[in-house]
Design a protein around this ligand. Structure first.
Ligand code: MN
Length: 715
């Protein structure tokens, strides 16, 4: 185990300004917090965070990263809280530790490897600060180095698979090749031990067969380059067993046919020398066609730069040569972690596909030191997405701002259509809530539920929006259809002719309709009127002047639409039609009423003496004869509106409300419409049972001395 002073020395060797005091405190805090906990290896648990800090110091990271490495398991595995961390180490460290803790809760299940890319994105999106990811990778590396101590083979395999699917690719994506190779090799050893052993044995055999072939190739390459005038440092290595295995699988070839298992690295001091070295190599050895790649002029998305070429090299061996500058080499080995130590180097802006890498380079050019550089390196990738889990652990990727309704539709259209509620991480939340990364979302469904048009206002996914719209359209059509049928029935009765679908078929073409239903819907929507349809059917009919609407008894279907939010005490309505009470006259049970059909809106109920009705005098087909269904013992649920004139003196408003309250009326709204020195004019909305109830309230008010006058509001 690395001792306290060793760790501090290491950090100070590359960062003289490191916060030595914080490192010391974190070391001691972690040791005390983990106490007597043990690892599967039998080592004290504390050895793990110390090793993680050690790995981070090899990557030459700033003190905040090292401190986070030391503390990374304290919140999850000891009694220490995030509050403790913040109090002792500050908000920044607390934020980093919290980030690593959250990442540790993500687990890839074996049946989810198809979703690996989403998991990788989730990890990146949750990291937010690149240091969180770097600490997590170091944590995973040490766990992999000690994986063989874990007894449960299933658990070992799960961790290895997760490493292979998520963490090794992430290490590669941010350019830390050395860590990627090691993670892959450790996971490979767990997942395909036989294959790895076989390849290693074969490599050993080849090495023995060829004698010291690698050193011989090395020295020849070195001499060739030197003779051509390029001073290079050449190193050679075998490819990793895992990369050889991958190649064998990809190309479906046996090991014998796999030629270039050796890679040679030529490190020079400038870009010009890279191309010079390439020229020397190509003029000395036969080139393998199709194996040349220029990652200097076109770097990989993770900022990797090198020239790659395949040649039949010294000793007639097929080899790959990778030519790069020292800076490129560091970047290739250490990735973003290496950037800040080379900030003086030329950082060209390329059209990389990852915005965050460009931003990274920007920061790189302007940051003052390691601290500032890493501080500012927030991972911007995938910030436009959120990743959430189903209760089964499936990962759903959604745009940022997505709600449980979007989530429900992403799971299945049926789930979306019938969703009534949602739980996020076990807590019930409104359907309009915004989801966050890593949320576990459970959708509550009900067969009785249908999509609500109001959802359209907050959903962000196209799928959800399309389904909701489609539903609203079908529902609207059903309503138009009912409405149109009612309007036509009424118009036809008025003319004392009978309405039937067969008859209508003769005029469908005139109205551009396919079926009688279409025509009903068109009339309901207001695209055609009842009179137009009548005129089409009976061109010679003499239009009677319909001045006052004749009250025609309609089929007295009791409106008890299923699932409607009103228990309508009104007769004469078409089932399923939307019902509104007019805001102008506030009809009450007991009032004489009339229904006015409004296209697309349903029926509005007015009192028969409402002034507004005048405006419908010319369209008698819109009038519906309706009456109250006598319902007794109803709680006050209708709103009556009265106009009160009351003296402007202390306590006058008080007596008004007292009188209304004493008479079991419930004030729902109160508005002063006029105010003079001696009088208020007030509009009062009162919940009452029926018109009789309101009359009682009015009578009681009129009996109150301070009240000047009370009238029901009309129109
Ligand atoms: Mn750990």
């Amino acid at each position: 185990m690395i001792r306290q002073f060793e760790l501090v020395e290491r950090v100070k060797s590359y960062d003289p300004n490191a916060d030595e005091e914080a490192l010391d405190r974190a070391y001691v805090f972690s040791m005390q917090a983990h106490g007597s906990q043990k690892r599967a290896s039998g080592d004290p648990y504390f050895s793990h965070p110390v090793e993680v800090a050690g790995i981070l110091s090899q990557m030459k990271l700033d003190s905040a990263s090292i401190v986070t490495g030391l503390l990374h398991d304290t919140v999850e595995d000891t009694v220490a809280t995030l509050g403790d961390i913040e109090r002792l180490f500050g908000r920044d460290i607390a934020r980093l530790v919290d980030g690593v803790t959250k990442l540790s809760r993500i687990e890839l299940q074996s049946d989810q490897t198809k979703q690996a890319e989403n998991f990788r994105k989730l990890v990146l999106a949750m990291s937010e600060d690149i240091r969180v990811l770097l600490v997590k990778l170091a944590d995973r590396l040490h766990n992999m180095q000690t994986l063989h101590y874990i007894k449960d083979p299933e658990k070992r395999r799960r961790i290895a698979r997760e490493t292979m699917e998520i963490y090794a690719p992430l290490a590669e994506r941010i350019g830390i090749h050395r860590m990627k190779d090691e993670l892959e090799d450790l996971a490979f050893a767990e997942l395909h031990a036989d294959a790895r052993d076989g390849i290693k044995a074969r490599l050993t055999y080849l090495r023995e067969q060829g004698g010291d072939i690698v050193p011989r190739i090395l020295s020849e390459l070195d001499q060739t380059l030197r003779a051509g005038g390029v001073d290079a440092s050449v190193s050679g290595r075998e490819k990793t067993p895992y990369s050889i295995w991958r190649k064998m699988q990809r190309k479906d070839v046996g090991f014998e046919q796999l030629s270039d298992i050796m890679a040679f690295r030529v490190v020079v001091s400038s870009v010009e020398q890279c191309y010079q070295a390439l020229g020397i190599i190509h003029s000395h050895y036969p080139v393998v066609p199709g194996r040349f790649k220029d990652y200097i002029s076109t770097p990989k998305p993770n900022k990797y730069q090198s020239l790659h070429t395949g040649i039949i090299g010294p000793e007639r061996q097929r080899i790959e040569a990778q030519i790069r500058t020292r800076e490129m080499h560091e970047v290739a080995e250490l990735g973003v972690a290496a950037h800040w130590s080379y900030k003086q180097g030329e950082a060209k802006t390329e059209g990389t596909q990852y915005r965050w890498l460009r931003e990274l380079l920007d920061i790189l050019e302007h940051a003052a030191g390691p601290e500032e550089f890493l501080e500012n390196t927030k991972l911007e990738m995938f910030q436009d997405q959120v990743f959430c889990f189903t209760p089964k652990g499936d990962l759903i990727a959604l745009p940022r701002g997505a709600t449980p309704v979007d989530f429900a539709y992403a799971v299945h259209s049926q789930v979306g259509d019938t969703c009534v509620g949602a739980k996020i991480n076990g807590r019930i939340v409104p359907l309009r809530s915004q989801l966050s990364n890593g949320d576990q979302v459970e959708i509550v469904v009900s067969k009785a539920q249908t999509p609500s048009p109001t959802w359209e206002r907050f959903v962000v996914t196209g799928k959800a929006r399309a389904r909701i719209r489609r539903f609203v359209r079908t529902q609207q059509r059903a309503q138009y259809l009912d409405l149109g049928k009612a309007i036509l029935t009424k118009a036809f009765r008025h003319d004392a002719v009978e309405l039937n679908d067969k008859q209508l078929e003769t005029v469908l073409k005139q109205f551009n309709c396919q079926s009688a239903e279409d025509l009903y819907a068109a009339v309901g929507e207001g695209l055609a009127t009842g009179r137009e349809v009548l005129n089409a059917l009976y061109p010679n009919r003499v239009e009677g002047k319909a001045s006052t609407p004749k009250v025609v008894p309609l089929a007295r279907a009791r409106a008890k639409a299923k699932g409607a939010d009103y228990a309508v005490p009104i007769r004469g309505l078409i089932p399923g039609m939307a019902l509104h009470y007019a805001g102008c006259c506030h009809p009450l049970p007991g009032d004489r009423i009339v229904g006015i059909v409004t296209t697309g809106k349903g029926v509005t109920i007015h009192t028969i003496d409402c002034d507004t009705l005048e405006s419908f005098a010319e369209t008698p087909e819109r009038w519906l004869d309706v009456s109250w269904d006598t319902v007794t013992d109803e709680p006050p649920s209708h709103v009556g509106r009265i106009n009160v004139m009351i003296g402007n003196e202390p306590g006058s408003l008080g007596s008004l409300t007292t009188v209304i309250g004493k008479n079991a009326g419930n004030i729902t709204n109160l508005k002063i419409t006029n105010r003079s020195t001696d009088f208020f004019e007030i509009l009062v909305d009162i919940e009452v049972r029926d018109v009789k109830h309101l009359t009682n309230v009015i009578a009681a008010l009129r009996a109150t001395p301070i009240i000047n006058s009370v009238e029901r509001a009309r129109g």
